[in-house]
Design a protein around this ligand. Structure first.
Ligand SMILES: Cc1ncc(COP(=O)(O)O)c(C=O)c1O
Length: 434
C-alpha cells in the first residue's frame, strides 16, 4: 500500500490499481459507454450522487477512474478529474469558479494557448483576467486583486520561459485574499514538483506531455488538494444547494474533494470533454515509468544546457538548474531533484537563421510538443506563440532567436552531436574536426 509519504518513484509504480485474484495484473480497458444496473432505485441513487457507480462514460469510466486515482496519489491530492486535453482541464478549472462578471489573476508567462484562452476566449464570455509579472514583489501583485477576483493561476515551471514560480509568494497572495491557488504543473510533473506541499489548492496537468511521455494520447487532469476553505463567504456556489443536482452542497457533501465533484457533475456533464478509456489506459502506463523518465530527461537537459552555454554560436541558455539562471535558487528549493526536460536557448542570429538551425537538426525532430521520450524542437516565435503580437512576445521574453528544446531520453552524446552539426555551418564542422 502506498501513502502520501511513500517515495514518488514507488507511488508511480504501485499506486492506483490493485488487481483482485482473478483480474489481470495490468488494468484493462473498459471501452464501454454505459453500465447495466439491476434496479431503477440503484440508478436513481447514482443520479442523486448517493452512489458513485459508473453510469455513462461522459461522466465517469472505470479505466479513466484508475488514471484519476493514480494521479491523485502522485500529487498527494484528494481526488482528480481526467479530461480530454490539458486545455479542457485549464478551461474547466477556471469555469468551475468564474462566470460572466468574474475576474481572475494569472502570471503572464504561460503556455501560448492558455494566454489566448485567458485574454480572448474567456473575455467573450464576460470573464476577465489580469496578467501579472510573477517575479514582481508581493505588494505589486496585490494591486491586481479586485472584489470580483476568484482565483490565482500560474505555471510551476513556465512554458517556454523556464521560470520557476515563487510558491511562497503566490501562496501568501492567495491566502491573504482567501482565494484558491491553481497551479499548472505540466512541466515538472509530480515527480519533480509537489505544488500541494507549497500552498497550491488545485493542480492542473496537460497529461499529453511528460505524463503520457510517448506522444500517444492527448489528455488533461484537474487534481483537488482538498485543502481550501470554500466556506469563507466568497464561494456560495460551493456552500448553497445545487438545484441541478438535487440540492447537493459541494463543500459539505463532498468535503474532501468538492472542486472536482463540482467540475464533474456540472461542467463535464454539460460541456462533455471526457477522456477516452483508451487514452486513459495509455496515460496510466506513462505514469508507471514517469519517475524514471523524469530523472533521465532532467539529467540530459542539464548536460545539453551546459554544453550549449559554452558554444560561441549561442547567445544565452535558459534552464533553471544552470548556475547562470536567475531561477537557480528557486529551482533548488522547489525542483530539488531536477528541472525537467525542456530548455530554451537563443541562437546568435535572427529569425530566419534560427529557423535554419532547426531545419539542420536530424535526431531532434521538429514537433510541436514537449515531454516525449524523443528529443524535439520548436521555434515559438513562428509556431506555438505566433498568434501573439511582437510586444506580447517580448513581454514574455520570447525572442525571434529562441529555440525550445524538449530533451528526450536518448544518449546525451547523440543529442549533443546533433546540435553540434546544426549550430555550425558545414565549413565550421570540417575545420573543427581537423
Ligand atoms: C503548460 C501547459 N498547459 C496546458 C497545455 C494544454 O494542453 P493540451 O495540449 O493537452 O490541451 C499545454 C500544451 O502545450 C502546456 O504546455
Amino acid at each position: 500500500m502506498t501513502t502520501k509519504n511513500t517515495h514518488i518513484a514507488t507511488r508511480a509504480v504501485q499506486s492506483g490499481y490493485e488487481p483482485k485474484n482473478a483480474e489481470p495484473r495490468v488494468a484493462g480497458i473498459i471501452q464501454s459507454t454505459t453500465y447495466k444496473f439491476d434496479t431503477a432505485e440503484q440508478i436513481a441513487d447514482v443520479f442523486d450522487l448517493k452512489d458513485t457507480a459508473h453510469i455513462y462514460s461522459r461522466i465517469s469510466n472505470p479505466t479513466v477512474s484508475q488514471l484519476e486515482e493514480k494521479i491523485t496519489a502522485l500529487e498527494g491530492g484528494t481526488g482528480a478529474l481526467a479530461l480530454a486535453s490539458g486545455h479542457a482541464a485549464v478551461s474547466l478549472a477556471i469555469l468551475n469558479l468564474c462566470h460572466a462578471g468574474h475576474h481572475f489573476v494569472a502570471a503572464k508567462s504561460l503556455y501560448g494557448g492558455t494566454i489566448n484562452l485567458f485574454s480572448n476566449t474567456l473575455k467573450r464570455y464576460g470573464i476577465t483576467c489580469t496578467f501579472i509579472d510573477q517575479d514582481a514583489p508581493l505588494s505589486e501583485l496585490q494591486k491586481a486583486i479586485q472584489d470580483n477576483t476568484r482565483l490565482i493561476f500560474a505555471e510551476s515551471l513556465t512554458n517556454p520561459g523556464m521560470e520557476v514560480l515563487d510558491f511562497e509568494k503566490f501562496s501568501q497572495l492567495a491566502k491573504h485574499n482567501k482565494l484558491p491557488l491553481l497551479i499548472d504543473n505540466t512541466f515538472p510533473t509530480p515527480v519533480l514538483c509537489q505544488p500541494f506541499e507549497h500552498g497550491a489548492n488545485i493542480i492542473i496537468h496537460s497529461t499529453t506531455k511528460f505524463i503520457d511521455g510517448h506522444a500517444t494520447s492527448v489528455g488533461g487532469v484537474i487534481v483537488d488538494g482538498g485543502n481550501f476553505n470554500w466556506d469563507n463567504g466568497k464561494f456560495p456556489e460551493f456552500t448553497t444547494p445545487d438545484e441541478s443536482y438535487h440540492g447537493v452542497r459541494y463543500a459539505f457533501d463532498f468535503k474532501d474533494f468538492p472542486f472536482v465533484v463540482k467540475a464533474r457533475t456540472q461542467l463535464l456533464r454539460d460541456f462533455g470533454p471526457c477522456l477516452s478509456p483508451f487514452n486513459a489506459f495509455l496515460t496510466y502506463h506513462g505514469c508507471q515509468t514517469l519517475a524514471l523518465r523524469m530523472e533521465r530527461h532532467s539529467s540530459n537537459t542539464l548536460q545539453l544546457a551546459q554544453w550549449l552555454e559554452k558554444q560561441k554560436e549561442v547567445d544565452w541558455v535558459r534552464y533553471p538548474e544552470l548556475k547562470s539562471s536567475p531561477y537557480h535558487a528557486l529551482a533548488k528549493r522547489y525542483l530539488p531533484e531536477g528541472s525537467s526536460g525542456v530548455l530554451a536557448f537563443g541562437f546568435k542570429g535572427g529569425f530566419e537563421e534560427t529557423k535554419q538551425v532547426i531545419n539542420r537538426l536530424k535526431l531532434a525532430k521538429l514537433v510541436v510538443h514537449v515531454g516525449d521520450i524523443r528529443t524535439s524542437v520548436v521555434h515559438p516565435a513562428s509556431m506555438t506563440h505566433r498568434q501573439l503580437s511582437e510586444d506580447q512576445l517580448l513581454d514574455i521574453k520570447i525572442t525571434p532567436n529562441l529555440i525550445r528544446v524538449s530533451v528526450g531520453i536518448e544518449h546525451i552524446d547523440d543529442i549533443i552531436a546533433d546540435f553540434k552539426q546544426a549550430l555550425f555551418s558545414e565549413q565550421e564542422v570540417i575545420s573543427n574536426e581537423q
